[in-house]
Design a protein around this ligand. Structure first.
Ligand code: VGL
Ligand code: ZN
Length: 212
């Protein structure tokens, strides 16, 4: 039986934050982060529409633990938009850590969305920043391009992939997360919470084989 999925011109592959700082040796390394690269490259060949996101922070960003004296990475603080995890300094705009992994086939992308560039707001989702209101512009792009189904890959499964998939689903798109083209951080159960949320919202979780 041929399981190959038929990709249409209304489908888009969203590749989240496949950047050096989220790969082995990076400032906020996701275990096995670089392992998504060959999978993403293979899948991307099947899509006419590929969008990359790039985490892109100023050095004084509110999400960086060193900007909060006495705080350690992975502790949380309360901001006006809610609880914020404090991260090691990562993906500072213009640095090598913020560059895409060198083997990522970035030539396949027709759009790169940078996010997290406002000092006072973090942005996990590719659609809305962490205040849930400030748009990145991607929603308008998806609608204007008449894209209907969003396939999500990349890093990290339980943060930026999760919030991007959730926001796309809530905005009315069909959403599928290609799990073996993602890796998670898993901070105290966040991967399990991600799977539960995907079930609750009707976000499909699919395997790589369907695309090969
Ligand atoms: C991410 C934490 C902080 C991600 C980005 O790409 O999942 N996580 N910034
Ligand atoms: Zn970040």
């Amino acid at each position: 039986m041929n399981l190959a999925m038929k990709i249409s011109d209304h489908d888009v592959l969203l590749v989240i934050d496949v950047q050096n700082d989220f790969c082995t040796g990076g400032a906020l390394a996701v275990p096995g982060g670089e392992k998504v690269v060959p999978a993403v490259n293979r899948i991307a060949q099947k899509f006419a529409n590929v969008v990359l996101t790039q985490d892109w922070h100023p050095e004084d960003h509110v999400s960086f633990a060193p900007n909060h004296p006495g705080k350690q990475p992975f502790q949380t603080i309360e901001l006006d938009y809610g609880i914020q995890v404090l991260w090691p300094t990562h993906c500072v705009k213009g640095t090598a850590g913020a560059e895409f992994h060198r083997d990522l086939d970035i030539a396949r992308a027709n759009l790169v969305v940078r996010k997290g560039f406002r000092r006072g707001i973090d942005s996990y989702s590719a659609l809305f920043e962490n205040d849930k209101r400030t748009p990145t512009g991607l929603l308008g792009y998806l609608r204007e391009r008449e894209l209907k189904t969003v396939f999500v890959t990349g890093l990290a499964l339980d943060f930026c992939v999760r919030f991007s998939a959730e926001d796309a689903r809530k905005a009315g798109f069909e959403v599928a997360v290609i799990e073996d083209a993602c890796r998670g951080i898993d901070l105290g159960g966040t991967v399990a919470a991600t799977h539960q949320s995907f079930r609750d919202l009707g976000i499909s979780v699919v395997g790589l084989e369907a695309f090969l």
